[in-house]
Design a protein around this ligand. Sequence first.
Ligand code: 13P
Length: 287
Amino acid sequence: MLVSAAEMLKKAKAGKYAVGQFNINNLEWTKAILQTAQECNSPVILGVSEGAGKYMCGFTTVAAMVSAMVEELGITVPVALHLDHGSYEGAKKCINAGFSSIMFDGSHYPIEENIEKTKELAAACHVLGLSLEAEVGSIGGEEDGVVGMGECADPKECKMVADLGVDMLAAGIGNIHGKYPANWPGLSFETLEAISKEVGDMPLVLHGGTGIPADQIQRAISLGVAKINVNTECQLAFQEATREYIEAGKDLQGKGFDPRKLLAPGVEAIKAMVKTKMELFGSVGKA
Ligand code: 13P
């Protein structure tokens, strides 16, 4: 059964560890992440971007696949199925499709509209037992080949959004989606401390988990980060393993590649990456 992320993140914040959100793109990634969470006895959050949802034939297909897989694989650790950077329309679709957690990224709306929509979605989620994540400030990343530096959120604005009834808050502290540029100044712990003081027990979310040095991850957890999102690092690990397999020329003598064999090294690479992250985040054994 899928569960809301609220309870697992409350426990994580109190226990000073973080639950990993790993994004899924297909059946193989989902299976690899679920099996690793079970092996590590760790709670886990499966993130689905709107693009990945579309690729996997819509949110209803994703929810059905994940729920069935949890059952068929005998997964007993807490699993949340979470919409990543959802639009208002996407959030509503996922609520109806059977997701157990939603991120509403209303950062592009005027603040009043963002507040209205966040309040409405928080009420809808809570009636159904789902959790809701909101974003304050903007998280940098690559757009049209240009890497935008992560902005720092305003702690007072964080407090205002936290009070709208959300369960977790993604606040920009200089983090960026994708690979960090060589001149990245690192996370702003000053901002994180100020936000933590304002929002009290609210679990904080760190996006752009790829490539943040381990000591900065651990310091962020000690200051209230209870959920860390990782996507690019799994993609890179998958790519490397698949490339090696193809370059080794292991095709089926003129019949092409067996997809199950072709994807297997990538799946193993994702499993290893997820395990490394769960160990770093401290969620192993916390299910
Ligand atoms: P990375 O791709 O940088 O790991 O970030 C993932 C993320 O934050 C998804 O919301």
